[in-house]
Design a protein around this ligand. Structure first.
Ligand code: KIV
Length: 268
């Protein structure tokens, strides 16, 4: 390892963080420059999320995203990342058909990218699949609560999930089947606190309050790239839409009025 480089974060490190009471920070990333920047800024984990479909491809849901698209972006992200744990979402219908389908597709993710783990949506309903992936030594992050891939069944995208016993049963099933970590999306903070207390694997919250072992946000959202997206759980740490828009407006004006390029930006 080159001097001064922090050691890479591993799956056992995620488990150790929980044992030692260290909180875990995660962000989504989809391409090289941002992934490198997030890594250099010290995030513990980078999720190549199937939110790719929405924030990068501009689609209404995550359902159309393909495994090949996930692998394309995951390979780019994992190549940019030197330290953080890279986790890749298995997209809709790349694992639901059977545990065998899941092993083959998750295997492709690990073989064709440098990612460390996959994420899938489900708890009890995916227990057999999580078990088979774990048996194949493919680390799995589970995802319970609001599951965006279930949007057609739920009717809309962002519904807070409040059935405490069902959520707890799903989280327990994911852990018992071998998941090394679990995302809790859009659930009341008291329920997230109970799940976090009961599980030995780290919980990573998004819209699940402050008691989780870690947090994940969609990077485009926390950087303020979409001014009209403001769910209650989202804290915007920057307003990049405003910054980028005024830069582009200034560029357009300067090209139109001849101020750019000036002598300092021209070759003799
Ligand atoms: O796809 C994604 O970005 C996710 C996060 C919202 C956790 O699953």
């Amino acid at each position: 390892m080159p001097a001064n480089r922090a050691p890479a974060v591993t799956v056992p490190d995620f488990l150790r963080a929980k044992e030692e009471g260290r909180r875990l920070s995660m962000l989504t990333a989809y391409e090289f420059q941002w992934a490198a920047l997030f890594d250099q800024a010290g995030v513990d984990g980078i999720l190549v999320g199937d939110t790719l479909g929405m924030v990068v491809q501009g689609k209404a849901t995550t359902l159309p995203v393909t495994l090949d698209e996930m692998i394309y972006h995951a390979e780019i992200v994992a190549r940019a990342v030197k330290r953080a744990l890279v986790v890749v979402d298995l997209p809709f219908l790349s694992y639901q058909a059977s545990p065998r389908q899941a092993v083959e597709n998750a295997g492709r993710v690990l073989k064709e990218t440098q990612a460390a783990a996959v994420k899938l949506e489900g708890g009890r309903n995916q227990a057999r699949t999580i078990q088979r992936l774990s048996d194949a030594d493919i680390p799995v992050m589970a995802h319970v609560g609001m599951k965006p891939q279930s949007v057609r069944k739920l009717g809309r995208m962002a519904i807070v999930q409040r059935d405490e016993e069902q959520l707890l049963a799903d989280a327990r099933a994911a852990q018992e089947s071998g998941a090394f970590s679990i995302v809790l999306e859009l659930i009341p903070q008291q329920i997230a606190a109970r799940i976090t207390e009961e599980l030995t694997i780290p919980t990573i919250g998004i819209g699940a309050g402050p008691h989780c072992d870690g947090q994940v946000l969609v990077s485009h959202d926390m950087l303020g790239l979409n001014p009209s997206f403001q769910p209650r759980f989202l804290k915007k740490y920057a307003q990049l839409y405003d910054v980028a828009r005024s830069a582009v407006e200034q560029y357009v004006a300067e090209v139109h009025n001849g101020a750019f390029p000036d002598a300092s930006h021209s070759h003799d």
